[in-house]
Every structure is written in C-alpha cells, then in structure tokens.
Design a binder for this molecule. Structure first.
Ligand code: MN
Length: 202
C-alpha cells in the first residue's frame, strides 16, 4: 500500500493576507491548486503500485515518474509557502538567519534584491526560493521552473515564493512585479528562521 499525502490546513484564515493577497486567491490557490498536487502525487504512486502488479505492461513509467516529481514538489513547496506568510509580516529577519544572510549575500538588502530579481526572471511558471545547502553550509537562491526544475539536490527550502500566475493574476493581472513587492509585507521571518538547521523540507 502506498502512503498518501494529505492537504494541510492554512495556518490562518483565507482573508488574513488582504490587501496583499486576496481571499479569492488564497481560497482557490489552497483548495484547488494545492489539492490538485496532493491528489496528483497520490495518483502517480497508485499508478506505479498497480504497474508493479502488472509487470509495467502498457505503462509509461517516464511519464508517471515525471508526474510524481512534479506533484510531490508542488505539494512540498506549497506546504512551505503557506506558513512562510502571515498577517502583518514583513520587515527583516533576526538571529542566526540574519547573520547567515549577511555572510552569504553581503546584506539583507542585497539578498532581497537578488531574490526579487530571481522571482521576476521566472519564465512562465515557477518559484523563487531561498534554501540552505548542507554540503557547503550556505544559503542559496534558486529560480525553479514548474515545481521541480533547476533546484539543487539536497537543499532545504527556507523561504519560497510562488510566481505561477494562479498565485497573483486575480488581483494583480499581469503585474508580477507589484505582487512580488507586496509579498515582502507578508513574509513570516520567524517561520523562515525555524527552518534553518532542518534536514527535511517539512
Ligand atoms: Mn501555486
């Protein structure tokens, strides 16, 4: 039997991030889009389970495992995205996270600029993320295509920004830059800080 993923609740109400991210966006994004990744991951695992029983006859394993990677990654990133935000967030991080950002990027402002540029540079659908790389003991940013391409293996995501159109279009239309600027006002730096030192993304 495959182990199933399940959709986590939002850690706040759907309208908690108004005016920066509307209730309509949060509702659709969590209840429909995130749920679709949870279901997609479970479906891919079930397809593989059934395929094993039938000796992989007529099953496109490349396609199914591509689906598994896409949906698991989508589920993980969204599960980090929600607690990465809170009402009346923003400002700057403190503690060890602030020290590491200063060491690895030069300053908080330099990090913020780099992260914003990466988010703006996502082509079509993807994410900007800040991650910790245990191998080199440093913070890195990545520009993820879809949910799973162009990210370093083995890094632990700390702060993730969804720049798929479903994350902002209802409120910001095609003005991705304004969405990114507004999003900094809801970042929950305490949550980002607690992720430092983890060896698992969740
Ligand atoms: Mn999304």
């Amino acid at each position: 039997m495959v182990k199933k993923y399940s959709l986590p609740d939002l850690p706040y109400k759907y309208d908690a991030l108004e005016q920066h991210i509307s209730k309509d966006i949060m509702t659709l994004h969590h209840d429909k889009h995130h749920l679709a990744y949870v279901n997609g991951a479970n479906t891919a695992l079930e397809k593989l389970e059934n395929a094993r029983k039938d000796n992989f006859k007529g099953v496109n394993v490349r396609s199914v495992t591509r689906d598994l990677s896409f949906h698991v990654s989508g589920h993980v990133l969204h599960s980090i995205f929600w607690p990465n935000m809170k009402a009346n967030g923003g400002g700057k991080p403190g503690g060890k996270l602030a020290d590491m950002i200063n060491t690895d990027f030069g300053s908080f402002d330099a990090f913020k600029s780099q992260f914003s540029e990466i988010a703006k540079a996502v082509e079509g659908i993807g994410w900007a993320i800040l991650a910790y790389d245990p191998l080199s003991d440093q913070l890195m940013t990545f520009n993820i295509e879809k949910h799973n391409m162009q990210v370093g293996q083995g890094v632990v995501p700390l702060l993730v920004l969804d720049v798929w159109e479903h994350a902002y279009y209802l409120q910001y239309k095609n003005d991705k830059g304004s969405y990114i600027t507004a999003w900094w006002n809801v970042v929950n730096w305490d949550d980002v800080d607690t992720r430092l030192g983890r060896t698992s993304p969740l």
